[in-house]
Design a protein around this ligand. Structure first.
Ligand code: SAM
Length: 270
């Protein structure tokens, strides 16, 4: 049973895991150093725990205690009970979803574990925005993709914003990081995947044609600003475009992922 600890001082060091959640660079540092990440809202907290991430602590206002009573009953991590005003003071924003939990990161699985039995995977090169990473996970899971692979510089799926936007899909869809950016796509080709770079390059073919008839497909997406690197565009087996109209030059990367996932899932439907 979690110990309920009432905290009334915003400077209390026991709340360190929850401090300044809007300060991205500070949070990256704190979370990496302590091997933690935050989940926000009852549903997401439950999914994170169910995925095997042990809780370090919980933080919530009294009115959220009942909704998570069974979770607190089963945990031996402390639950800091604070006023909503104090939660806002510590975190830097209004915590309208109620409960927060600080959870332990677990070691990432290796590539072959993540790819076992997979037919459709997403590969993210250098997505910078955590909201986009979360939205891509949500679409990938919803549209039946089997896994997500991240280049070493891609933003963290366990960052609070990504976890929230993904609605927990970062816990249901297997994922890991590629060990090395240079050889990343070769590792997929060696495992029988057709790597399809989503790009606006002049020689790109319609994505519908690029994935048709392919047994194992890896869709490769690039950064919000400069798109896919020249190296990954060259290394991919195929370059594919979602045709654009009305003078729009590109889609947001998460929107592109959703469209391409739907098309790729449809290859099995014929
Ligand atoms: C906002 S776009 C980057 C635009 C960048 N100026 C470029 O030329 O690639 C981010 C990523 O979304 C994907 N993307 C966006 N629109 C696309 C489209 N119409 N066809 C294929 N991929 C697209 C690509 O993977 C791209 O790297």
């Amino acid at each position: 049973m979690a110990t309920l600890v009432e905290v009334t001082d915003a400077g209390d060091p026991r709340l360190a895991d929850y401090r300044d959640l809007r300060d991205v660079s500070l949070r990256k540092h704190v979370e990496a150093e302590h091997g933690l990440f935050l989940a926000e809202g009852e549903k997401v907290v439950r999914r994170a725990l169910a995925a095997g991430h042990p809780a370090r602590s919980f933080l919530m206002a009294p009115r959220w205690l009942d909704g998570l009573a069974d979770v607190l009953e089963a945990s031996d991590a402390p639950c800091y009970v604070v006023s909503e005003q104090l939660a806002e003071e510590v975190t830097g924003f209004h915590v309208h979803r109620g409960a927060l939990a600080s959870l332990h990161r677990t070691p990432l699985p290796d590539l072959d574990t993540v790819l076992a039995g997979a037919r459709s995977v997403l590969v993210l090169e250098e997505i910078v925005d955590h909201t986009n990473v979360g939205a891509i996970f949500r679409s990938g899971a919803a549209l039946g993709f089997d896994a997500v692979l991240l280049a070493p510089r891609c933003a963290d799926p366990l960052y609070r914003r990504a976890v929230k936007v993904a609605m927990g899909a970062v816990f249901s869809l297997p994922w890991t990081r590629l060990p090395d950016w240079r050889t990343g796509l070769d590792l997929l080709a060696e495992r029988g995947f057709t790597t399809v770079a989503l790009t606006l390059a002049d020689d790109a073919v319609d994505v519908v044609d690029a994935v048709a008839g392919q047994e194992r497909v890896a869709l490769v997406l690039g950064s919000e600003g400069h798109g896919l690197s020249a190296e990954w565009q060259a290394a991919a087996d195929r370059r594919a475009v979602i045709p654009m109209h009305h003078g729009v030059d590109s889609l947001n990367v998460a929107a592109a992922a959703a469209v391409a996932c739907y098309v790729t899932a449809g290859r099995a439907r014929g």
